[in-house]
Ligand binder design. Structure first.
Ligand code: SF4
Ligand code: SF4
Length: 423
């Protein structure tokens, strides 16, 4: 875990960016010779996996580790599995890392597996979890979760990203088609859609309720949408689904509609890339493409100690490797050059109060962080509202002492979950 603030000389604006009225076509990244897939289940060394090094895989083939696995990934190309190993993220969570050698070359025309898709959520969940946009099908298919409202987000959640606005502007009819599919397979009674103020689209969505979201960050975060538009307060430590609401991106809705039309999966993810000088590129890349292939396409040189941030300047996380692959839910990637990274700060809090004034969840961040620094996670939650944090990152952005508050909070939440799981 890097305990340093992401905010540096090139601080982001606190208003969301609007996509240009007439955006350029996407830059297409060639399908690479090797694709990397992450499978959300660790290898169990006591059992032989179903998928083995050297195995041939088909485009659209579902890959799982064991017969009783509930997690899977889908191969985006026809090729050969050349590597399989355990992968650990920043928090030590393990999953499985697969490398697939692409035997289909540059053609996107290779037939993808045809799925027996029925008009129910269980069927969609069997094949379509890894579509571009990562539709939350696993959540929607859970028997013990009752969803009454689905919110389609055309407004991007983090600053600098315009991925979902772009999708909405360019593929509006497909957003509407996908929404119909979503309604048909889930039977969820209420469908809503968030559109950023100023996005130039015709807002006719039949029975879908339109929420106009403000450009001021963090208006597009789920907790804020619940409060501002659905008049619901997200209780501390709860997720939107705990109060019957599910969020899905515009891109996921488009992918779902296409999948039901063709009975097969799409693998081209749209993402916003922000270069070291702040230049924005909008690309289309096959899921599994290592990020360095995208950087190379735009002549972005990634040096040792530069930082690659996945997920945006306010809520993103940094990855230590440019081999990190394009993931179904990856809307934005940005690079910070090593020359503008801040020194590791261990300055103490100067009690300026900035974090308290800006926190939308009224968390006493300045005191909370002292408990987190001392690894007192239960106390941080019981007395200082750790679980009330909605993870907007604003406190870290305004901290005078440049304390990496957000990273402490995330780590604290993770450690708290672990502690409670052990009880
Ligand atoms: S990230 Fe910081 S500012 Fe945002 S809700 Fe959490 S504590 Fe408050
Ligand atoms: S913004 Fe930083 S320095 Fe100011 S009170 Fe909060 S933690 Fe302390």
């Amino acid at each position: 875990m890097i305990k340093r603030s992401f905010f540096t000389l090139s601080q982001p604006m606190l208003n969301y960016d609007l996509v240009e009225p007439d955006p350029k076509e996407l830059e297409s990244i060639p399908i690479p010779p090797n694709l990397i897939l992450l499978l959300n289940e660790p290898i169990d060394s006591t059992r032989p996996p179903l998928i083995k090094k050297g195995a041939a895989v088909e485009k659209g083939e579902k890959l799982c580790l064991y017969n009783d696995s509930t997690e899977y990934t889908i191969s985006p190309v026809t090729g050969t599995l050349t590597f399989i190993d355990t992968y650990s993220d920043d928090f030590g969570n393990t999953s499985t890392y697969l490398v697939i050698k692409n035997d289909q070359g540059q053609t996107t025309k290779t037939d993808s597996a045809i799925y027996d898709l029925k008009d129910d959520i269980a069927s969609a969940d069997q094949y379509l979890r890894t579509l571009p946009g990562a539709p939350p099908l696993k959540l929607l298919a859970k028997d013990d979760v009752k969803i009454n409202t689905i919110v389609i987000t055309c407004a991007d959640t983090d600053l600098l990203s315009t991925t979902n606005q772009y999708v909405t502007l360019k593929f509006l009819d497909e957003v509407k088609q996908g929404a119909k599919v979503l309604k048909r397979i889930t039977h969820v009674p209420n469908l809503c859609i968030t559109i950023p103020e100023g996005l130039n689209i015709k807002e006719e969505f039949d029975s879908i309720k339109v929420f106009k979201t403000a450009l001021k960050y963090p208006s597009n975060l789920p907790a804020i949408i619940l409060k501002d538009h659905l008049n619901m307060i997200l209780p501390a430590g709860k997720k939107p689904e705990d109060i019957g609401v599910c969020f899905i991106s515009a891109e996921a809705v488009v992918s779902l509609g296409r999948a039901y039309k063709t009975k097969s999966a799409d693998f081209e993810k749209i993402l916003t890339v922000i270069g070291k000088q702040g230049t924005r590129y909008r690309v289309k890349a096959t899921i599994g493409t290592p990020l360095h292939k995208i950087f190379k396409a735009f002549s972005i040189l990634v040096n040792d100690q530069d930082r690659i941030i996945i997920g945006g300047p306010m809520m993103g996380f940094s990855t230590y490797t440019h081999l990190h692959p394009v993931q179904p839910d990856m809307d934005i990637v940005m690079i910070q050059g090593r020359d503008i990274l801040p020194e590791i700060s261990d300055y103490p809090c100067v009690n300026c109060g900035n974090c308290l004034r800006i926190c939308p969840a009224n968390v006493p961040v300045n005191i909370l962080v002292r408990y987190l620094e001392a690894d007192l996670y239960e106390e941080a939650d019981d007395k200082y509202d750790l679980s009330s944090c909605i993870e907007c990152g604003l406190c870290a952005y305004v901290c005078t002492a440049k304390i990496p508050l957000f990273q402490y909070i995330r780590l604290g939440k993770h450690e708290l979950l672990k502690l409670r799981a052990e009880v």
